[in-house]
Design a protein around this ligand. Structure first.
Ligand code: M6R
Length: 612
């Protein structure tokens, strides 16, 4: 949560900082602010609300500074208000700091600072940081590198997570950054350097990046970057070149990132399959290289994640169990981490995270490593925190996902998990080869089939326009269709603010059917030939009680029973969520648009949940 940007070079910093913040706004949009170095003093301009509000601040266009830091906030400590906006300055206006993360011991540090004569203007945890830096700075009698040392000493006192940028009035040509459990990258230009919470925000300026690890510090000038470890010993870092196209981070003619990302799915699914699966060949996971003995050693597999990524785990559980004959437990990271799960060295734990920065998922991964489990990270972001913790990492290669509502990441996560499952089954020889082969053929056909599903958008839009004023919408399905219902319901909630529930269709009679009343909307997903008759009966029960129905199916059903039927291409039920979710992503999208909401930045949410 929260996005930070920094610049040091020869150009006017403020437009670069604001441009970066606009691209990071998906991380939080409660307030925004920038600090720039202006002729020997630090200018600090900030306000509550969206980044665009910064343009309204008098004098912001007159800023000339070529060094600066910036922040867009997702409020944790203290309400969205100007005084709680970042950057925060110390009492003597020597330091300006932006921070992403949570300082857990801030009360204790605040008391310490108050006893030492400091006062506070905000309710944030962050405001202690510039003051703590100041406290150590004055203790250092301005010896060589006292700024870096003061930042280091202050960070040593912090408990919790942080990515910080520090500007100091006394060192106008220097920017100090540090990270622990919150993301931070440094982009390298010619006679200029950039800092950001993620790569896409500064991809239009450079494709060359340094990735900071937990505990790292960096000192930047426009010509140089020096890296230091947790003990402030100098370290070397490898410069990485990022392949992403700049247009991947722009809307590219689409009204919203979410719509663009929905339409990118033929490509993203194809990229996820990449070279891992080729016609007639074995699935390639050389990078993991498990032997039959290694896989047989595992007694169970945990799939752990949050939100949509957890739903991708739910979607693939039936396939893993059916093809690999192994117990699979899908768990919510925030529950798993506090529950003493029964894991040991005979457990394989797979962590799924688009951003690779989700605090609960990272903590769950660390816990399972401590208990001796083998860990695999599935992420979309190269070098993200989760990938640095896990024993093995595999990337979805879906391209940057900017909209808060996850779409293409979900279909790519299921695709990658399906490939991994086929690889396990091949190595284990747990099912006849023709079973594996049929699913492989189906997987290779998916990009084409995703394109076909996307052609039905008008039909979905029309139905969405009929029901956008509803107060409740229910989703029903069985088997993998139930898992899609859960994801569809989450999507609808987060961008349309309509209350919604997903139920396993067979559970209806055990209580939820009491909620069905005349005129209510029920969405049914019917893609598994073995379960379709059962689900049709359950749908009949809600129709009898007055529900209007939208059906997503690849089966031959009596269409006249329903208000709207979207027919999608057939694929193996074990991987059908990759197709059946797409009309429902569009359904949520069009409802949100019809309600006039901000699709890409729904209220109260942020893309990366880097705090627990
Ligand atoms: O980056 P991650 O995949 O770890 O994020 C997990 C969830 O926060 C995320 O999927 C969230 O549920 C989305 N907003 C759903 O659209």
């Amino acid at each position: 949560m929260c996005g930070i940007v920094g610049y040091i070079g020869n150009k006017k910093a403020s437009p670069i900082l604001i441009d970066g913040l606009l691209k990071l706004e998906y991380r939080g949009y409660d307030s925004a602010g920038i600090s720039t170095m202006e002729n020997g003093f630090i200018s600090n301009m900030k306000d509550k609300g969206r980044v665009k509000n910064l343009y309204e601040i008098p004098g912001i266009d007159d800023l000339k500074g070529v060094v600066g830091i910036a922040h867009t906030r997702w409020a944790t400590h203290g309400k969205p208000a100007k005084e709680n906006s970042h950057p925060h300055m110390d009492n003597h206006n020597i330091f300006s700091v932006v921070h992403n993360g949570i300082i857990e011991n801030y009360q204790e540090l605040k008391e310490f600072l108050v006893q030492n004569g400091y006062h506070f203007l905000s309710q944030t945890d962050t405001e202690i940081i510039p003051n703590l830096i100041h406290y150590y700075y004055v203790k250092q009698d301005k010896c060589h590198d006292s700024l870096l040392k003061a930042v280091h000493l202050a960070c040593n006192d912090l408990k919790g997570s942080y990515a910080i940028e520090v500007l100091c009035k006394d060192a106008p040509d220097t920017l100090i950054v540090a990270r622990k459990d919150s993301p931070l990258v440094i982009g390298v230009g010619e006679d200029e350097n950039y800092v950001s919470s993620d790569i896409p925000a500064i991809l239009s300026y450079t494709k060359n990046f340094y990735l900071l690890n937990d505990g790292d510090f960096a000192k930047l000038s426009k010509h140089s970057i020096s890296f230091y470890d947790v003990n402030l010993a100098p370290i070397e870092k490898e410069l990485k070149s990022i392949e992403w196209d700049v247009s991947a981070c722009e809307k590219d003619g689409y009204e919203d990132f979410m719509l663009k990302e929905i339409y990118e799915q033929p490509k993203s699914v194809r990229e996820t399959i990449g070279s891992r699966l080729k016609k007639g060949e074995k699935v390639n996971f050389e990078d993991i290289g498990f032997t039959k003995e290694t896989l047989q050693h595992f007694h169970k597999i945990y799939l752990v994640a949050c939100g949509t990524a957890m739903h991708a785990g739910l979607a693939i559980k039936p396939m893993l169990e059916k093809l690999c004959h192994i117990d699979v437990i899908v768990d919510i990271a925030s529950e798993f981490r506090y529950r003493e799960p029964l894991i040991d060295d005979k457990t394989l734990c797979i962590y799924i995270s688009q951003s690779g920065e989700t605090a609960d998922t990272i903590a769950a991964l660390k816990l399972s490593k401590m208990k001796g489990a083998k860990t695999i990270a599935i992420s979309n972001v190269i070098g993200s925190s989760i990938t640095r913790e896990a024993d093995y990492t595999i990337y979805t290669h879906a391209g940057p996902e900017i909209a808060v509502a996850s779409t293409k990441a979900y279909t790519s996560q299921i695709t990658l998990l399906a490939l991994l499952c086929l690889y396990f089954a091949e190595v284990l020889e747990s099912v006849p080869y023709d079973v594996i082969n049929t699913i492989k053929e189906e997987l290779l056909l998916l990009p084409e089939k995703v394109s076909e599903v996307l052609k039905d958008s008008e039909q979905i839009k029309n139905f969405a326009n009929k029901v956008y004023e509803e107060k409740d919408i229910f989703f029903l399905g069985r088997g993998t269709d139930y898992t899609v219902s859960q994801e569809a319901s989450l999507k609808l909630k987060e961008i349309s603010y309509i209350h919604s529930e997903a139920y396993a269709a067979g559970e209806l009679k055990h209580g939820p059917i009491a909620l069905i009343e005349n005129g209510i909307t029920v969405v049914g997903i019917l893609t598994d030939p073995n379960l379709v008759e059962k689900s049709v009966s359950n749908l009949q029960e809600v129709i009898t009680r007055g529900a209007k129905t939208l059906i997503i199916t690849n089966q031959e059903i009596n269409q006249t029973n329903y208000d709207e039927v979207i027919t999608i291409p057939y694929t193996n039920p074990l991987i059908s969520p990759i197709l059946s979710i797409i009309p429902l992503q569009l359904f949520s999208y069009y409802i949100s648009k019809e309600k006039g909401l901000d699709v890409d930045k729904p209220r109260n949410l942020a893309k990366s949940v880097t705090v627990e």
